[in-house]
Design a protein around this ligand. Sequence first.
Ligand code: FMN
Length: 616
Amino acid sequence: MASSSLAPRVTLLALLSATTFYCFYRSRRFKLKLASQKLALPARNPKLIYITQTGTSRTLAYRLHKLLASKGFIFDLIDVKDYEPEDLSKETFVVILASTWEDGKPPPKAKFFVDWIEESVNDFRVGALLLSKLRYSVFGVGSGAYGESFDVVAKGISKKLKALGANEVVSLQEGDVDGGRLGKEIDAWGDKLVEVLKGGVVQGNGVIAGGKLDEESDSEFAYVSDDEEEENEEESGVIDLEDIAGKGPSRNSKNTVDVNVVKKNDGKKEMVTPVIRANLQKQGYKIIGSHSGVKLCRWTKSQLRGRGGCYKHSFYGIDSHRCMEATPSLACANKCVFCWRHHTNPVGKSWQWKMDDPVEIVNTAIDLHTKMIKQMKGVPGVEEKRLAEGLLPRHCALSLVGEPIMYPEINTLIDELHGRRISTFLVTNAQFPEKIKVLRPITQESLTALNEKHQRTVYRLTLVKGWNAEDVDGYFKLLSLGKPDFIEIKGVTYCGTSATSKLTMENVPWHSDVKAFSEAVALRSEGIYEVACEHEHSCCVLLAKVDKFKINGQWNTWIDYEKFQDLVASGEPFKSTDYMAPTPSWAVYGAVEAGFDPQHARYRKERNHKPKGQST
Ligand SMILES: Cc1cc2nc3c(=O)[nH]c(=O)nc-3n(C[C@H](O)[C@H](O)[C@H](O)COP(=O)(O)O)c2cc1C
């Protein structure tokens, strides 16, 4: 590097690092402030929402409200016309009573509410965990005389809330006005709700206390599938039980059982509600936690079924079902909760890190990954061949944000992974440029201090409409710093509006917006970058350096993983172009497949409407 350009570059790098660190510090301060404020905020009341035309559901809702109040559980009673459905992502417990009218439609006053739920399910920009904090139950009000459209509004709401990640705590009740027993039915159903609510108190898991909900409660209460495509399939974490009330789940050698969903002898699956947990505990089982941290990502499940992969498959040939995560951990030996941020400003205490052995980290990562893959055996649609592939992880994501970047053994960890022919890609940030500089070769790296690396480097940019989707010049300046080989530009995924995220659907770009921004950045680069690939389903586009990766008109954004491992093993220096591979035509920008691998089976959810703002 010419010495004349070194000084400004170092200055810029330092500036960027300092800015990033400052923003990080501010955001943490802000979060801490919010957390401390939160303690003072009253918890959000659970909601009892009724959907009615002629008043039946309202009468039942009042009756249920009274019953719940008599047991000490205070719900806000709300007519659906007065409820803003976007608030569902802030709720933790909602009970809905819904009637069905002509042609299986909801009463007109509920149209907006029902449409919002429906559209959120069908909108691929919305995260499958939008309502993951929400626990809910639905009671249908209708007439069996209407045959196929009996209670369809309630059934639809229940199914769609589940698809958005909400947890159903008492099963849907299909109330039939013709039976003349609706009053008794709502009482019995209400008793079940009370049982669940009481369970929350008994278990002390923060679900409900004195009729109030704790917004910060963990979701260990019930397991929910994060699979958008298989709404009712709660495969991971399912333990086959003869009968939970009788024998219970088979114990493992440690006499513990880790369940969130159980299957009863009638084949039905059931959530492990606090009540069931209590029953299991009475039988001597120790419940050791939830599955929230070890669920397979939806792309992995999809690829195990031979269906579409994530954008990393389209851009680089990474198979999700062969990709695991390893998290190097640093634990403070002084058991200090503030960890390194505290210790960098020590308060007089000598300190030391407790570090995981790299071999142990890799073994644990492989172990967790293979365990989860094995759980998919026998799940409908999962292919034997892909299961076998999944048991041989080939890629590893190393997230080096925060504490792990300080992990001194990072190169040993990378060596350990490569020793097992597992390619590594890093996710990091600009706070620790020195650490990035000394890293061993990996297949792909991200962010600044990368300009001088010989491996593939990538920026990842998340577009938020109204926030950053217009600043082409600003982003081009950032590119000029690290001169990455690739730039992934991805539309933000909507995960609900909350105290810490003010994003709304208005901020979520369409794929056409992402394309337009990417093309503008490419244009601004004056030929250095071109848009190389796209993955429409993820709203994601890849820009790549033309001189390195486009050879005789052919893009080479994919990675020859075997060659990469051979190069590592050789011990000789090598460059990113030594292990590049041709991008398949279906992944190239503008292809009719729009990044969808034709070898995968396309699985489309039923859509009743075209996505907003799209012509096709
Ligand atoms: C014109 C008409 C159409 C109806 N269509 C359905 C239907 O498709 N499915 C159903 O389950 N119930 C249907 N019902 C029954 C209503 O859901 C039932 O009367 C219920 O009690 C209405 O509750 P609400 O007063 O809370 O709106 C229909 C009733 C009427 C009068």
